[in-house]
Design a protein around this ligand. Structure first.
Ligand SMILES: C[S@@+](CC[C@H](N)C(=O)[O-])C[C@H]1O[C@@H](n2cnc3c(N)ncnc32)[C@H](O)[C@@H]1O
Length: 205
């Protein structure tokens, strides 16, 4: 039993170290950057001249990847925490759940977005079920947010957990979008219930 625990800890540590070290050597602000790279390799949503919104962007790894992969695009990133300046990225320190944030996002962009991405997680409480419910509630709010700020043929990429409420999020996404897929990047820890949803094309009727 003890041996199993030690070997699991060792695997977890190696896993963390690999992506952590890579993020330092590639200059990414977070190891999460690799998850977005894998998500884009899978779904190919980053293109030239697009409008991208990064919800819960701090410290900025996803915004860096978006900037690198979308020539001449407009990137608007927001978080409750202040993000250090990132060249070519417009940052606002806001709570995405506030009604006025939707209006402000649209005002800054001047038109609706092509890609709405979110790596947001609720603050952890130590209770895994509760954390999963709270993060999946955020995911449902992101889907709701997309109705206001996303073009009809736009894409949502968003973190969620395969725990409680997963099916509820999936049903909501299928009700609102023409195409819904799930993908867990290799850089996401195996033992974590974290996965990502990819939604494309708002259902207009
Ligand atoms: C896992 S971090 C994001 C990491 C980021 N994708 C990166 O690569 O650097 C999640 C972020 O979501 C933010 N967040 C959580 N709830 C939020 C809310 N209601 N409005 C804005 N940001 C929120 C947190 O402040 C936190 O910085």
């Amino acid at each position: 039993m003890k041996k199993n625990k030690i070997s699991k800890d060792w695997i977890i540590k190696q896993h963390r170290d690999q992506y952590f070290k890579n993020s330092k050597s590639h200059g990414y602000r977070s190891r999460s950057a690799y998850k977005l790279i894998e998500l884009d390799n899978k779904f190919k949503f980053f293109k030239k001249n697009k409008i991208i919104v990064d919800l819960g962007c701090y410290p900025g790894g996803w915004s860096q990847v978006a900037k690198e992969n979308t020539d001449k695009s407009k990137i608007l990133s927001l978080d409750l925490k202040k993000m250090d300046k990132l060249q070519g990225v417009h940052f606002i320190c806001r709570d995405f759940q506030k009604d006025e944030t939707k209006k402000e996002v649209l005002k800054i962009l001047g038109e609706k977005a092509d890609v709405l991405m979110s790596d947001m997680a609720a603050n952890t409480t130590g209770n895994k079920s509760l954390d999963s419910i709270r993060t999946n509630a955020l995911t449902q709010q992101v889907i709701d947010f997309s109705r206001f700020v996303l073009k009809d043929d736009g894409v949502v990429i968003c973190k969620l957990f395969t725990g409680q409420d997963f099916l509820e999020v999936k049903d909501l996404a299928k009700k609102k979008f023409k195409k819904v897929d799930f993908f867990k990047p290799k850089s996401s820890k195996d033992f974590s219930k974290e996965t990502y949803i990819h939604c494309k094309g708002i259902k207009t009727l």
